[in-house]
Design a protein around this ligand. Structure first.
Ligand SMILES: [Fe+2]
Ligand SMILES: [Fe+2]
Length: 272
């Protein structure tokens, strides 16, 4: 059953795709949550999450100048941008679509888990709120991006909404450890997923810079945004493990099923 809060989240996400949005803030996240004071610095970054770091290329908007043509007229002074290929446009659309879907699912999972978990373990209220608030922030970010770039949201919004709420409620019903194991599994897959996108974008922009093109602020900001959100997802993963996710029974089965479900949902949402 979907709670009124969950329905409101879905409605907000839907509204975002039909309205023009204001530019997304791209500043890097504070290292301490301004609301609850919880540290946002990942203590550890577990799981098979591969680093997106490359050879230290700089992706700031202060890109190197384009190759000189020997002319000094005004048109040559403009930044030289390489148009996106259809394949690159499709990749970006698919990335924004699946990210928005994933963040909606994350907010619904936490919304469903929190009442049951907090009732049994009141000391977890600040942590659950902290993680939920960060997920709402991620969802708002992708709602704005998907509206700004006129990307079609996933057609399976209602299905993912029901499944995410069901996953959150059922794992919380199983107990705190299972709820945390759910977070561990989801964030492991999401962290890996974001890293894949970041690597792809870095390879793409690095290639442009090597060819003498300017990357431009939008893609640079998108990479920074993805890195910030990826770090916050991995912070959630650490919180889950610190709160006995590994003690869920049977941990291997629970996390295995949830991770498989996440990978399947990502695969479908990238396409549908
Ligand atoms: Fe998130
Ligand atoms: Fe998360």
């Amino acid at each position: 059953m979907i709670s009124p809060a969950s329905i409101k989240l879905v409605q907000t996400a839907r509204r975002a795709v039909v309205s023009r949005a204001s530019p997304v803030s791209t500043s890097l996240a504070s290292r301490c949550c301004p609301r609850c004071g919880l540290s946002t610095v990942p203590a550890r970054r577990r799981a098979a999450v591969v680093s997106d770091q490359t050879s230290g290329a700089n992706y700031s908007s202060a890109s190197p100048p384009p190759p000189s043509s020997g002319s000094s007229n005004a048109s040559d002074a403009k930044p030289k941008r390489k148009p996106l290929t259809q394949e690159q446009k499709d990749f970006l659309s698919s990335a924004l679509r699946v990210n928005q879907t994933g963040e909606l699912a994350a907010t619904l999972i936490y919304a469903a888990q929190t009442p049951l978990v907090v009732r049994q373990h009141p000391h977890l209220r600040p942590l659950m709120k902290h993680m939920y608030d960060q997920e709402v922030g991620h969802l708002n970010t992708f709602n704005k991006l998907i509206a700004k770039h006129r990307v079609r949201p996933t057609a399976l919004y209602p299905l993912w909404s029901v499944m995410a709420t069901g996953l959150g409620w059922s794992t919380a019903f199983m107990g705190r450890e299972a709820a945390m194991a759910c977070t561990e599994a989801v964030e492991t897959e999401i962290g890996t997923h974001y890293n894949g996108q970041i690597r792809e974008l870095i390879e793409m922009t690095q290639q442009w810079e090597e060819e003498g093109y300017e990357v431009g602020p939008e893609l640079s900001e998108l990479i920074q945004t993805l890195r910030r959100i990826r770090d916050e997802e991995l912070e959630h993963l650490d919180h889950a493990v610190d709160n006995d996710a590994k003690k869920a029974e049977p941990h291997w089965l629970l996390t295995g099923v949830i991770r498989l479900g996440c990978r399947s949902a990502i695969w479908v949402s990238e396409r549908v």
